[in-house]
Structures are given as C-alpha cells and as structure tokens.
Write a protein that binds this ligand. Structure first.
Ligand code: UDP
Length: 386
C-alpha cells in the first residue's frame, strides 16, 4: 500500500465476522487491513495440528445451517465433510444419546414407542407443573431455564441431562438463567441422534484454518496486534471505516460498567491409542465431574477405518469458568442485568460514526457461526456497501 493511502476498512478481529467481511470487501475492490491480538488468525475456530489431527484449540466448532446461501458460500471456500454431531451424555456411569430423542427415552425409562415416550413425558410435565403450582398450563410462560426445562421435558431429563451440565457451564443456578439457552436443544420422538435440526452441517475438509485462510486470501493481516494499544487513538488516520469485533464494553472503555462473560479453558491430552471415547463429543452432565465435555478431535474429520489408521488421539477436557480480565470471553451471559447493559452499549454503538460492530463479542449475542456469515453476506448483498 502506498504511503499515506488509507485503507477502506480496518477490521479488528480475524474471526468469522472479520474474515468474511474482508472477503466480501476485497471482492468489491476495497482495501482492508485485518488485525488480531492473537498470534494467529481465525478467532475461536482456529485449529492447531497435533499428531496429524486438527485440534479445536478454543472449543469444538460444528458448522450447521439451514441457510442454503450460507452453505453454498462456505463450500465455495472449502468443501465440508459429512460429520453429523451426535453427542453422548455421560451421567455417573451411564451413557445417553443426545439431543433428547427416542434413544434417550429408551435409555432412561425403557420405553420403546413414541406413544409410550409421549405418555411418560406428559406425565412428568404435569407433575412438574403441579409442583410449581401452575394450574393454567395454556398461558404458562417459563420465567427461567429450570421452569422451561421442567415444563418441556419433566424432572428425569432435567435432573440427568440438563441441570448439572447447565449449572457447570454457566456457573449460575438454572433458576437464574434465561429460558432461551435450552431452546437450542431439540426434543424428538424419533430415533435420531443428530444434534441439529438444520439441513446442512459438517466440518471443513482439512480443518477450519482452510476456511479462514480462504476467506483471508490476498488480504493484509497483522497478528499479535492489539487494537487498543496500536490503533485506538489513530485509526481514522489509517482507514475510512472501522469494523470492530472485540468486546463492545471494552470499545467504550467500560464506561457504563462491565458486561459479564462466561469463559472456558481446556486441558489437552495426547493419548497413545487410536480411539479414546468413540465419539467426538461426550458431555458430562453430573456436577461431580468438573468439566462439561470431553472432545476427541479426530472424530470430526476421520471416519470408519481412518480412525485406526491414525495411531494416536488428542482429547480436550472443557472447563467452564467465570470471566475476569485477561481471560478470553466466550459466551455472553444473557440475564436481565447484562441484556440491559448490552442494549445501552448497542445504542452507543449505533451512534459511532464509521464504525460497525459485529460478531459474538461486538454484539454481546450468543451467535453460531453460520448466522454471523449470513449477516456479513447480507451487508454486502447487491450494490450495498456497509
Ligand atoms: N445443555 C444441557 N445438557 C447437555 C448439553 C447442553 O443441558 O448435555 C444445555 C446447556 O444449558 C447449554 C445449552 O444446552 O448451555 C446449549 O448447549 P450447546 O451444546 O448447544 O452449547 P455450545 O455448544 O454453544 O456450548
């Protein structure tokens, strides 16, 4: 780039929002500079190769969507494999299929037909609602995650598969969490262990770095570069517009207060066996086990005989923790206090000239990967220029 010539966009953060933005901007002839404070690009989808296995360093990512435009788009960058997420839940010494489906109900109660399962669940729902003192079932609207879960699936599923996992993950009692978190989980009366209802899902063949590298192909990137120490005060000298995907409260110097985040950290192990747990994801749903899940990364990309052809395996235990400064924010905590505070920051965001806020951290929203890509595609659709 010539001296004194400005970039069209300075993009802070090279996760999916930033990388997709850079991709479309470049196609429209825009000059972008992407910066990331980490020593690598890709945000939380970044993978590290260990023993020939792509290890999801910042937690398991499974791409899923029903948006054909998004699916077709990502497949132009890299082809996706046929991975279907079907996690196993382990409660004490027993295993259960997820999401909640006929296999789970058979394992819990021995019921073998949808009719029996529905009868059982309805009975448990009625009992739970009665315990809560609810008589007018039709107009009942759950006030928190516990009420939501009990009224949806009843006491057994709640106690065995939801309560412990959720309280570990969020570090708060289910009664203090918003109902919507659990709405991500399907409830099915078929023997279908596919965790998602979406039309399309998979993992990029060769790993997520292929997706990120494809999106950022030909785009100038600076890693180990912290916006707040390098560009905070002078970004307008460098670029016309700013695309900011960091934490929204940090952008405003925490002026209104700090948003709460939930974080997770990982303990990674290399095992000298080809197959440790037989599945990519095993959730530990009882409170006694300190981690929420164990990920065995090879199962995202190796199937059938390929599993044993790779003699070692890498597993990661996932430990949730409360966020404090210096940690990585992973999940917004969408309770009433934080939603109000986030809304106030969002109002401030809308008033920032020439700045676009995006992604989980920039919007304080529990976004999945595909909607983030969809949002950026929308921004650049037709002749528009964000
Ligand atoms: N959840 C649960 N039991 C499980 C898995 C998930 O109760 O075995 C609940 C939990 O409240 C969690 C939410 O469902 O926060 C969403 O889980 P998901 O696996 O979709 O979350 P992510 O993969 O984004 O961490």
């Amino acid at each position: 780039m010539k001296e004194m010539e400005k970039y069209d966009y300075l993009i802070v953060g090279s996760g999916l929002y930033g990388a997709t933005f850079a991709y479309f901007a470049k196609r429209k002839g825009k000059n972008c500079l992407v910066i990331d404070k980490r020593p690598h690009v890709g945000g939380n989808v970044y993978c590290e190769q260990i023993e020939g296995i792509n290890v999801h360093k910042y937690g398991a990512h499974i791409f899923h969507t029903s948006d054909k435009k998004v699916w077709d788009f990502v497949n132009t960058i890299v082809s996706f494999n046929r991975y279907t997420n079907s996690p196993i839940a382990r409660y004490k010494d027993r295993l259960y299929n997820l999401p909640f489906n006929m296999n789970t109900f058979y394992q819990l109660w021995g019921v073998t037909t949808p009719e029996q399962a529905i009868e059982r669940i309805n009975m448990q729902r009625r009992e739970a609602l009665a315990e809560m003192g609810i008589t007018d079932v039709a107009s009942f609207s759950p006030a928190n995650l516990e009420e939501q879960a009990l009224s949806l699936v009843g006491r057994d599923v709640y106690e065995v598969l939801i309560k412990g996992y959720t309280e570990k993950q969020w570090g708060r009692p289910c009664r203090e969490l918003p109902p919507f978190i659990i709405m991500r989980l399907p409830l099915r009366m078929t023997f279908d262990n596919n965790y998602f209802n979406d039309s399309y899902q998979g993992i990029p063949i060769g790993g997520y770095n292929k997706l990120i590298d494809g999106l950022l192909d030909g785009v100038e990137c600076k890693t180990s570069c912290d916006f707040f120490t390098v560009y905070r005060d002078n970004w307008r000298d460098v670029a016309q517009k700013l695309v900011y995907t960091g934490p929204v409260d940090q952008y405003f110097d925490f002026r209104l207060g700090r948003l709460d985040w939930r974080t997770v950290y990982f303990k990674h192990y290399v095992k000298n066996i080809p197959n440790y747990q037989g599945n990519a994801v095993v959730n530990y749903t009882d409170v006694e086990v300190p981690y929420t899940r164990v990920i065995e990364h090879k199962h995202f990309e190796m199937f059938g005989p390929d599993v044993d052809k790779c003699p070692k395996t890498v597993v990661s235990e996932e430990y949730p923790a409360e966020y404090s400064e210096g940690m990585e924010p992973f999940y917004p905590v969408n309770n009433i206090r934080n939603n109000k505070l986030a809304e106030a920051y969002q109002q401030m965001s809308r008033q920032e000239d020439d700045v676009l806020f995006g992604g989980r951290l920039g919007c304080y929203k529990y976004y999945d990967m595909a909607p983030v890509i969809g949002q950026v595609m929308q921004l650049w659709a037709g002749d528009s220029e964000p």
